[in-house]
Ligand binder design. Structure first.
Ligand code: UD1
Length: 367
């Protein structure tokens, strides 16, 4: 019996690992364990996802919490090394691009444990994003690469990684979307927030470049307030953004605009329902660009670059320059012209995790 350990740390990791855990249940010759680093720790940012995704509680919880990038990454490494000694896995899986991803990859690879990166090869080209550094560093040292889109294959080829360890498998985040949609269709979140399907705009915003500076955050909130005079705006607020709104003294903008509804971060199923029923989405997230493309919902991404170019090339995503004029222009166009339509990218069919499990069991572990 071989032991495989998947790492989750922050909110965008949970939906990528849940289908992988399910897929391994078809192989009695392996035991699949989940380890949670505790990078995200609030109930709304973490626990809710385990329930919504039918994921068992992690076998190991490290509780590292927040800190500067160096502190958080270092804490994860120290605790993960202890966990590795205790759990003794034969194979490690990391997903995405958060600090836990690089911290656990670096630790596992140095301990000589074969490590696979799921969602490998994505590049925004913007080294000011901490996630870009995490992607580059993880991909440069891991042993196997599982890829969601053509650009990932191209980037890994360019970096000289061996073809026989790079696998184009599709997108496990979209596996979770397929799995949870029937429940999202039964969600009562719209009634609870007082929304009508296709008559509101869904907003998420948490990137340091958009929400850390008082001026940028204030301007963004003013634009949302203007938009809310035209269309209801619902904004589930990330803890980072919530803290900054309060500490920069910007709560007044929210209080004086009742159609700008700030709500707590939502669980996976409720958030899926909010996305699916929205008129369009305004975001700076990574994963939401992919989920909206899979759902066929137009998405305006307030960033100058994307590591997921397929969502713009064939999906419903559009990049928007993060300036007041850029965002205003994009909103005016979106409100006054037909929405961007798109196609679902190749292999985003709900079966990516099954492909990954088969490859790991047969090719990587040779079982
Ligand atoms: C992290 C990821 C980012 C991902 C995002 C999704 C990195 C470098 N960034 O960014 O790629 O898109 O998660 O959410 O790994 N906080 C809480 N409660 C929590 C979690 C965080 O209050 O459960 C607070 C922290 O104290 C901190 C802030 O939110 O002040 C940011 O958390 P952190 O994990 O450092 O990074 P994110 O901005 O969430």
């Amino acid at each position: 019996m071989k032991k495989i350990l998947s790492v989750v740390g922050a909110r965008p990791n949970f939906m990528k690992v849940a289908p992988i855990h399910r897929a391994f249940s078809a192989y009695p010759e392996v035991e699949h364990l989940i380890l949670h680093t505790g990078q995200h720790y609030d109930a709304a940012m973490s626990d809710a996802f385990f329930q919504d995704l039918d994921m068992p509680q992690p076998s190991y919880f490290m509780g590292v919490g927040s800190g500067s990038h160096a502190e958080q990454t270092a804490k994860v490494m120290v605790e993960f090394e202890k966990a590795m000694h205790e759990l003794r896995p034969d194979f490690v899986i990391v997903v995405g691009d958060v600090n836990s991803t690089i911290a656990c990859t670096l630790t596992a690879v140095k301990m000589g444990i074969p490590t696979a990166h799921v969602e490998a090869g994505l590049r925004s080209g913007d080294r000011a994003m901490p996630e870009e550094i995490n992607r580059i560093a993880t991909d440069s040292i891991c042993d196997y690469w599982f890829v969601t889109e053509q650009s990932g294959l191209d980037n890994l080829k360019h970096d000289g990684h061996p073809d026989d360890r790079v696998f184009f498998v599709g997108n496990t985040m979209i596996d979770s979307l397929h799995y949870a949609l029937p429940n999202a269709d039964k969600s009562d979140i719209l009634e609870r927030v007082g929304l009508t399907s296709k008559q509101y705009v869904l907003v998420t915003m948490h990137r340091p470049s958009n929400v850390d500076e008082p001026k940028q955050l204030g301007e963004l909130l003013e634009i949302l307030a203007e938009l809310s005079k035209d269309r209801t705006v619902v904004f589930p607020v990330h803890p980072r953004t919530r803290k900054n709104i309060a500490s920069h003294g910007l709560s007044g903008i929210i209080d004086s605009n009742p159609n700008l509804k700030l709500i707590d971060p939502q669980g996976y199923i409720a958030f899926l329902a909010l996305m699916k029923n929205s008129d369009f989405v305004l975001t700076d997230s990574g994963g939401i660009q992919e989920e909206t493309t899979a759902l066929g919902v137009p998405c305006l991404t307030i960033r100058t670059t994307t590591e997921r170019p397929i969502t713009c090339e064939i999906g419903t995503n559009t990049l928007v320059e993060p300036t007041t004029e850029g965002i205003r222009r994009a909103l005016t166009m979106t409100l006054n012209s037909p929405s961007k339509t798109g196609q679902v990218p190749p292999l985003w069919d709900g079966k990516a995790a099954e492909r990954i499990a088969l490859i790991i069991v047969k090719q990587c572990l040779g079982l």
